[in-house]
Design a binder for this molecule. Structure first.
Ligand code: HEC
Length: 108
């Protein structure tokens, strides 16, 4: 390995070590663990619990268009109707990662 490559590798390792919280956050896995049971794998909430609780269809393009990142974050933090909040259960980084996952559920 060239010296340069070695330096880059070390710098990369130092960076990952410096932000363990960031390195650990896997938004998709968090969504599967906490949200998919009501909102479904694809966000459509097309499952028993989703229907029972009238969960929001997160893939809906109209809803996505009229909803800000701040509103999504607020729903995750504080809950919405039959959905309880995750303020005490998920870190700020995890909540932020979930906002991103929710955005990626959008369908045309
Ligand atoms: C117990 C079932 C349940 C779980 C679990 C759940 N939700 Fe919800 N979610 C709901 C319901 C019910 C609503 C409210 C729908 C409404 O506004 O009528 C909702 C609404 C939302 C909204 C829309 C809020 C708005 O302002 O329109 C978002 C975003 C959301 N949920 C994301 C999530 C995420 C992310 C998770 C996982 C961390 C999650 N939900 C977990 C049932 C659930």
């Amino acid at each position: 390995m060239s010296n340069n490559a070695y330096v880059v590798l070390l710098a990369g390792l130092a960076l990952v070590a410096a932000c363990p919280a960031l390195a650990e956050v896997d938004g998709a896995a968090l969504y599967q663990q906490h949200c998919a049971k009501c909102h479904g794998d694809d966000g459509r909430a097309d499952n028993l619990r989703g229907k029972m609780f009238f969960a929001q269809d997160l893939a809906d393009a109209d809803w996505q268009a009229r909803t800000s990142d701040e509103q999504i974050l607020a729903a995750i933090r504080n809950g919405a109707r039959m959905m309880s909040g995750y303020a005490g259960k998920l870190s700020a980084e995890q909540q932020q990662a979930l906002v991103q996952v929710v955005r990626e559920l959008r369908q045309p």
